[in-house]
Write a protein that binds this ligand. Structure first.
Ligand SMILES: Cc1cc2nc3c(=O)[nH]c(=O)nc-3n(C[C@H](O)[C@H](O)[C@H](O)COP(=O)(O)OP(=O)(O)OC[C@H]3O[C@@H](n4cnc5c(N)ncnc54)[C@H](O)[C@@H]3O)c2cc1C
Length: 501
């Protein structure tokens, strides 16, 4: 069986490496992966650049991390023999700030997502007004919106993030933290975002504990008990909430491509159409070339997938079109430490929509990760655009880099005349799928149609999780679907992985 994989992000690469494992296990299966861009990795892009005076920057322009709790990347890293190349964040410098009236206010200790779990830090924080703090405390007594019937899940009780947070914790809790978190991390619009699609555990918490604060307190207790029960073994890897790789996140994509076999991978090759030919498929490429395949995995952005399947499965394409995507850009800037004569013990800054700034978030990459910048330099990443302000992205790359620089002067106090030693703009056009209200119902329907189409599988971050591990797993699942259609299962599929470390 020959499978054509369209898209060389982590989902497509996950599919390719899985098919390679099937071939190595003796099954008669091959693949060709085609990627429109000249590089692999999609939304994962590490630029490694020299500083003129020595040393180098490891600059992640797209995703810079993955949730340590999710197993897919660790599992693949182990298979590739590169698990030891994983690195954790530098937690001794973990502070996060929120912009309030142009000034930076530290996120109160004990905040879990946007819910307070420690009284004193909340009481003394300048982030919220006193009425807002009292309103947040009401979460402990406000009854559930509704009691779910036996067997019901978050999906049947979906609501927007705005609705949930305002209902339980009040408007200021939304405006000051929940909104900037969802916009800054995933480019979401709080008034449209599906809680069931993104964070179903929040709805589960309300059901189980009658309160988000109590739910997070229970979660914290559980984590502390686990830590006590399983203390880190001497010499074991430090476990942090987020992980990456010493050489940046693209490292894992490159190793997957090597292991899958670069001879089966073509970059600079864009698919333009899919059609069925007898029992098989034909993939047309820009330039007129045609690829014959027994099966196809579409691992592109969702809007590109909709275009590709529109002729063969119009109903599927129609559903895919209902998943919107937003654009953003990231500006990576390095400065001399002398140009930032302030405390560098922080990881991030969130800018709420109510602050009306073009920058939605800032990460101090050289404090968040080890060895991202040479000694005596700092590396910063600023997010621009996002669903709140798509128009800002019409500016040229140079103007956006300068906009990010001036925002850093205003927000964190970079010297006004400081010139970056490294500057690169990364654009992510329609790069962030939005899980809007009812997302899971649409995905159920997409999967129902897809299951009935022999030889076609979809993969990527638009369906059941936007994170890197979700996207990787979706690629593996797409490969499994097509392999299963010809009676191939891998021994590894029977192993349920529970342990992260
Ligand atoms: C700025 C940014 C920051 C992020 N930060 C994080 C983070 O810290 N942690 C996290 O877990 N997630 C993060 N994410 C999300 C995460 O990076 C993505 O979910 C994941 O990388 C998506 O992988 P994918 O393979 O599904 O899609 P993509 O990476 O989008 O890959 C799809 C590929 O398909 C190709 N393609 C499209 N059309 C065609 C065609 N017609 N023919 C051939 N090829 C085609 C594209 O060029 C692209 O390379 C971030 C995303 C962005 C944009």
């Amino acid at each position: 069986m020959h499978i054509v994989i369209i898209g060389g992000g982590i989902a497509g690469l996950g599919a390719a490496y899985k098919i390679r494992r099937a071939a190595d296990a003796g099954h008669d299966v091959t693949f060709t992966l085609i990627e429109r861009d000249e590089r692999l990795g999609g939304k994962i892009w590490t630029d490694i650049a020299e500083d003129p005076d020595g040393g180098r920057y490891i600059a992640d322009g797209g995703s810079d991390s993955f949730l340590t709790d999710k197993t897919a990347v660790h599992r693949v890293a182990r298979l590739l023999g590169v698990f030891d190349e994983e690195c954790g964040t530098l937690d001794e410098t973990k502070k996060t700030f929120i912009v309030k009236r142009g000034k930076l206010v530290e996120m109160p200790d004990g905040m879990m997502m946007f819910a307070p779990t420690k009284l004193l830090p909340l009481a003394t924080s300048k982030l919220y007004s006193w009425p807002a703090k009292f309103r947040m405390a009401l979460d402990l007594v406000i009854p559930r919106k509704v009691r779910w019937a036996e067997g019901e899940t978050a999906q049947q009780h979906d609501e927007t993030l705005e609705s949930l947070v305002v209902r339980r914790l009040g408007r200021e809790a939304l405006d000051r933290l929940a909104e900037p978190l969802s916009a800054g991390v995933n480019g979401d619009i709080a008034s449209e975002m599906s809680v069931a699609g993104r964070y179903p555990m929040l709805l589960d918490m309300e059901q189980k504990h009658g309160s988000l604060v109590r739910g997070f307190l229970a979660q914290r207790k559980k984590v502390e008990e686990i830590k006590k029960k399983y203390p880190p073994k001497p010499g074991a890897k430090r476990r942090t909430f987020f992980s990456s790789f010493n050489e940046g996140l693209q490292f894992i994509c490159d190793r997957m491509a090597d292991a899958a076999g670069r001879e089966h991978i073509r970059t600079g090759a864009a698919a333009t159409a899919l059609e069925r030919v007898g029992e098989g498929w034909r993939v047309s490429l820009a330039g007129g070339e045609m690829l014959e395949a027994d099966a196809v995995i579409v691992a592109t952005e969702v809007w590109a997938a909709a275009e590709l399947v529109s002729r063969v499965e119009p109903a599927l394409a129609g559903l895919l079109e209902t998943i919107p995507s937003s654009s953003c850009a990231t500006a990576l800037l390095a400065f001399d430490s002398a140009d930032y004569p302030h405390d560098t013990r922080w990881h991030g800054i969130l800018t709420p929509a109510v602050e009306h700034r073009p920058v939605t978030g800032v990460s101090l990459m050289s404090s968040k990760w080890p060895d991202r910048a040479p000694e005596g330099r700092i590396l910063i990443r600023a997010f621009l655009g996002g669903p709140r302000d798509q128009a800002v992205l019409d500016a040229s790359d140079e103007d956006l880099l300068e906009l990010a620089r001036t925002q850093l002067v205003e927000l964190i106090g970079i010297r006004a005349d400081a010139r970056p030693r490294y500057a690169k703009l990364f654009r992510w056009d329609k790069g962030m799928p939005q899980y809007t209200l009812g997302h899971l119902d649409r995905v159920d329907e997409i999967e129902r149609i897809e299951a009935g189409v022999r030889g076609l599988a979809l993969a990527g971050n638009a369906y059941r999780g936007v994170g890197v591990p979700n996207a990787l797993e979706s690629g593996e699942n797409a490969a499994s679907k097509l392999l299963a259609e010809v009676g191939v299962t891998l021994a590894e599929d029977a192993v349920e992985e529970k342990r992260v470390y």
